[in-house]
Design a protein around this ligand. Sequence first.
Ligand SMILES: Nc1ncnc2c1ncn2[C@@H]1O[C@H](COP(=O)(O)OP(=O)(O)OP(=O)(O)O)[C@@H](O)[C@H]1O
Length: 591
Amino acid sequence: MFELKWLWKNLEGDRTRYILALCLSVVGSSLTIVNPYIGQRIVDTFIANDNALQNLTDERGLLIMLCLAMIGFSLLRTGLAYLTTMQYEHSSQNMLYRVRIYLYNKIQEQDMNYYDHNRTGDLMTKMTGDLDMVRHSMAWIIKTIIESLTIFLAAVVYFFTIDAVLTLWLLILAPPIFIVAYIFAKRVRPMYVDLRERLSQLNTTTQENIAGNRVVKAFAREEFEVEKFTEKNVSYSKANKAAALVWLDYFPYLETFAQAFNVILMLAGGLFVMNGRITFGEFSAFSALIWAVSNPMRNIGIIINDIQRFFASLTKIIEVYYARPGIVNEHKLVEKRRYDGSIEFDHVSFKYGGVQVLHDVSFKVHPGETVAIMGSTGSGKTTLVNLIPRFYDVSQGRVLVDGIDVRKLELDELRGNIGVATQDVLLFSDTIDGNIAYGDPDLPEEETIGYAQLAAAHDFITKMPEGYDTIVGERGVGLSGGQKQRIALARAMAVQRPILILDDTTSAVDLETEEHIQKSLRELDYPCTKIIIAQRVSTTAEADRILILDEGRVIEEGTHAELLTKRGYYYEVFMLQNEGIGRQVTEHGTK
Ligand SMILES: Nc1ncnc2c1ncn2[C@@H]1O[C@H](COP(=O)(O)OP(=O)(O)OP(=O)(O)O)[C@@H](O)[C@H]1O
């Protein structure tokens, strides 16, 4: 079975320990029959024997030895149980640790498409609940199964050595029990798969709600969110109950069969004692061990439930484990190069799933040039720049950096040559200093300050209670939108890459600050090609070239002056953003 093979593979390094645990389980459980055997000897010799009293005096030594053996075996079993649990715990915890690291790396290496299609709550469930379930199963459920099975088999073998016919009478109950258990397992399996899905939905709702608490509060939608959560919670709870209660449909049959073991033993065993076929001591051994046969039958439902949970979680983990990113690094890095920074889009088209977003886009950017990209919202600007660091791969055409198709470049090297400040600013829960130096943790303090100054962030940072050591909350809570943008800009500049992509990075700063930033970008002290997405003409005006995107197509291209003379989209925007706005409004107003 594939899942079990996977477990075995991931036990590497702890396989010996795990096998030892399994062996100890088998040995420890087999010893269960020793005490009933000793009990049988004691009963047959010192209690239910015609010469019992005589034996008590003549063979007192034997009695003491048997009693000591009973105590000794009890202690031995306890010791073994301790050792066994320790081995299970160690091996399963080690495996959990290794798999968790592997999965974390795996999730890290996934491409954007993966994150587009996987919910954070679901990934979190896999990394926590599912992994814990698998560990728990390795340590406890498998242990319970092995021990129940061993005790069952040991008891059956022991029963056979006493009396095969009586044993067969008892085993008559086994086939119907297994049939009931099989039907139950088949029915309950999809319920646990569904249950796992509902848990993931519950976690996703919780995660989204916590991450988006500001929006919830801003729209006073707490009640709606509580209702949404309650709905998921009820759905999970119902599914949980339904799965657990299915067991009740089968429980009466299994319990009746389990009780029937005692009835058969009483009737057949009693008869056999009366007609002298077995001794009273042997009968007592049957009595003492009948639980070893009936209990596994009784617990079969709980075990099946746990196994189904185990497989539902295991399947989810294996999904992540074998997930292959569409964008993979197929090239070995020989020596990390610094690129010149030329970029070319050669008849590039791009689709998200089946939806075409970019159509036959072609343009060239020479090293050191600044190209601004403008266009209406949703026209494909972010998508376009995302193709340069290969966050996504083109559907058609080529994106070339330094004259080479990005798909042929070593991925780490490519991304290591690009500095990006994304539109959706994400800062980490760290100091401001740590956030600016995120791409280069060895960045000297004076350089961190230098880049903060270039990004017009230094002044507000120094006014903060702990300056550069101020810890910004999760996603930069505690900073204004413009402040976050400026830190993100400093972070992107600080890595000093030959290509710098700024996606609407100054949209939330005032014009004066923006002017300062524009000047800084022009005067960067390292050679750098800049691609700047912007909506303001004040940002784009000084670019070497401006591209206008509309519905995924480049509709205008040229310098500020050239585009103004074209009197197209750019000219319209220019007019709207400058004194022309007043005139146009008046014109429209008077028409
Ligand atoms: N991950 C995605 N999956 C599917 N469709 C997407 C995805 N990201 C963007 N889109 C779609 O692609 C189109 C272009 O989006 P894009 O973000 O590139 O536009 P944009 O010009 O940067 O917009 P804005 O100025 O609003 O940031 C939009 O129609 C958008 O709905």
